[in-house]
Write a protein that binds this ligand. Structure first.
Ligand code: OXD
Length: 313
């Protein structure tokens, strides 16, 4: 029987995880990382989010590490993290659906300038900002067409947006015009009334969203960040909003997290902030995904979201 040691979310959440795994994978033996009797064996799987550095030597003896995050940059970039151990990112149907729902909400919030309504409500002020911008007349560009990006882009196309996507290598996606490679990036940006960032965080992509970059979008475009805060040069984003280069931004990820109370992002009249909550699937759905990935590894198959440490995601 395969064993899964849970370190994710600390000792307090272990019972929730245990119950979820008991429901979807009763054959899996589930133990807490924090129980004094738990000793990691080389055939063990470990579920983590952001383990302490002093966990790394033990993690280096696991059969595979599974992460509750869709992004694993925080692990791959951490000095001493055992990059040689197979590492699987979070995925699954519900993770994709939640992200697609979030981005749809954020895009419509940008179209209708929902931030203005929230400000007016806080001030108890009735002022009509009727804006006749519709989904079918809006071009939305999804940057990063990995597991989540592809899910989001096809969903937005079903909702009625005019959708394009950008990735490093060519691909086909139903209802989505795909731009591939560095040379196609300017054209992709020129045609995005709303830009959605879903790139992985790597040394090549960190800081990519600068004022210069945002100027390549149609003037007054909207921006949604569900990738990483590190992708964005924060002062450039604020400058772009203040200069009308962007009409608004919805940020689920920022740097640092949690965002300090002193950050100007909190109070900017064109920014909506959410606390990195776009796509966290329920423990049951995450458990199901993890159990499936473990099953695949046990059968000698390769899980679809197995990381390539060289690539960085
Ligand atoms: C992430 C996540 O990796 O929320 O950002 O899953």
């Amino acid at each position: 029987m395969a064993r899964l040691i849970i370190s994710a979310d600390g000792p307090e959440k272990f019972d929730i995880w245990k119950k979820a795994f008991a429901e979807v994978a009763p054959d899996l033996s589930v133990l807490s990382w924090y129980a004094s009797q738990t000793r990691l064996q080389p055939s063990d799987y470990v579920l983590v989010w952001s383990p302490e550095a002093d966990h790394y030597p033990a993690l280096a003896t696991a059969k595979a590490i599974l992460c509750t995050g869709a992004g694993v940059d925080h692990l791959l970039n951490a000095p001493g993290f055992p990059r040689h151990i197979p590492l699987v990112r979070m995925g699954g149907e519900q993770t994709g659906q939640l992200m697609a729902d979030y981005v749809t909400w954020a895009a419509i919030a940008l179209l209708r300038q929902a931030r203005t309504w929230a400000i007016q409500q806080a001030e108890q002020r009735w002022a009509c900002n009727t804006i006749a911008r519709t989904t079918d007349a809006t071009r939305i560009g999804v940057m990063g067409l990995g597991h989540l990006g592809a899910y989001v882009a096809t969903h937005l196309a079903r909702v009625g947006f005019r959708v394009s996507g950008w990735k490093r290598s060519p691909a086909t996606l139903t209802g989505v015009k795909v731009y591939a490679g560095q040379e196609a990036l300017p054209e992709f940006l020129e045609t995005a009334d709303i830009l959605v960032n879903l790139l992985p965080s790597t040394p090549q992509t960190d800081g990519i969203i600068s004022e210069e970059f945002l100027k390549k979008l149609p003037r007054g475009a909207g921006f949604i960040n569900v990738g990483r805060g590190r992708h964005v040069v924060q002062t450039d984003l604020i400058n772009a909003l203040n200069a009308g280069i962007l009409c608004g931004a919805v940020l689920d990820v920022v740097t640092p997290e949690p965002l300090p109370a002193t950050s100007p992002l909190w109070t900017h009249p064109s920014i909506i902030i959410t606390p990195h909550v776009a796509s966290e699937a329920s423990p049951l759905m995450q458990a199901q995904y993890v159990a499936e990935a473990i099953g695949q590894i046990e059968r000698g198959e390769k899980p679809a979201l197995l990381c390539d440490p060289q690539r960085g995601y």
